[in-house]
Design a protein around this ligand. Sequence first.
Ligand code: FAD
Length: 500
Amino acid sequence: ADGDHVAALVIGSGYGGAVTALRLTQAGISTAMVEMGMAWTSPGTDGKIFCDVLNPDQRSYWLRTTTDQPVGYFLGVSANKSIPKYTGVLDSEKFAGIRVYQGRGVGGGSLVNGGMAVVPRRDYFTEILPAVDAAAMYATYFPRATAALGVNAIDTAWFATADCYRYARVSRDQATASGYATRFLDNVYDFGYMKQEQAGTVTRSALASEVIYGNNHGKRSLDKTYLAAAAATGRLSITAQHVVTAVAPHSAGGYAVTMNQIDTVGARVATKTVRADRVFFAAGSVGTSKLLVAMRAQGKLPNLPAAVGQGWGNNGNVMVARAQHLWNTTGALESGMPAVGIDNWADPAGPVFAEIAPFPAGTELWISLYLAITKNPNRARFAYNAATGQVELSWQTAQNQPAIDAAKRVFDTINKAQATVYRSDLFGANKVWGDDFTYHPLGGCVLGQATDDYGRLPGYPGLYVMDGSLIPGSTGVNPFVTITALAERNIEKIIAVDVG
Ligand code: FAD
């Protein structure tokens, strides 16, 4: 409530925030968490909390009046539709050269993501974060993160014949036949539940085209793992539908945190200011970077280093699809949770790690879709525009060309070997590459540059960065395990040294 004084305030409830909340509350510290999105706990009139990708309604998008599907076209025609404006679960945040998809709600990105829980290659982790002790990460913090996230492995014997993974087997076999290595990917979706979905004994979720607008069953999102465990300590309060707008030193010590309470159309209901001894920024790469860049420019945190707002990347994301021959069916039933990746990261001429992505349309489409992660070296920065009061991101669409080039080498080779072609109708009319959006925003407050080696913001004791903004633009695989493990490492140190 307005005027409260709290020991610790966490901004955002995604991976970085959830780790912070669990470890602080376990250490006996009362923790207040503020989240701009909704607490997704009440079903709609259809009895479901979330809608599926085939029937998007107001629950799908954050304050939009039309959907903005990542694969937004079919046969070159827009596949988007009108929806009522609402604080829905998936935000497509538009900057000049890129749309950045992010989860909105208690649980952050865990509500909308594909659940793939991939530990980065150790040699690459060392390359991107050389100041972090990799031995400790791989012995302690990655295992701690995957255990707490509820990561499980797919039963590969079941996978071999399951209808819902026919699409993945077709792509995998063609990759193998074209000379590429593939591997199974762990997930936080309960594969035991998915088996029952396939068998028809439970309500379908991953097998009912539920994924990017949320899953009603089966997924171990953060509200069911880290945040549930933090709440069980009795020391966590979560306040949803509150957008933090300012953080500045408080005259009585600690920090004044200002926030707007919003309703379900995004209108301000109230403005509140609380005093916090410590503030943990966990609003995601974009959210944290925007807030800190604005605070520096507005003179509220004027001494933040120049590196705040820099080093942003899209994890080299680019999407692409291939058209299959008519005899190579991909299946009408596709699990929304990817389970296999093409791993060509070791290729020095163009590292690519490509998830075999679902296209859960509920009908046979002969489409093989991929989300490629590449080693795109380009980076961008956030800057405050005083005229508009907005924080802008400098990324230009053309900066994604290295990602296209790397992915093209792999998929040209597969197409040649399989005598197949690209689909050029899914990302626009005559557009092969989905190069103007990302699921993996990373960086903006890079560890060891914008912060010290544990996420502390220099010059402002008690301010910490805990989320994907710490990672310098790339991690070579889907990022949430890296974000979670790094947060585990940093909060352990912060509790031991600063809080204890
Ligand atoms: P987030 O999870 O984004 O959490 C930040 C939270 O802060 C959000 O809930 C946001 O609403 C809130 N917030 C922001 N600003 C404010 C503010 N001013 N005030 C209050 N609250 C605020 N990664 C994988 O590893 N595997 C996958 O399979 C995968 N699939 C994905 C699929 C999709 C469609 C998307 C969009 C992402 C996917 N990702 C995946 C990426 C992954 O979800 C993100 O990397 C991860 O969620 C980032 O964690 P974070 O803690 O940095 O921030």
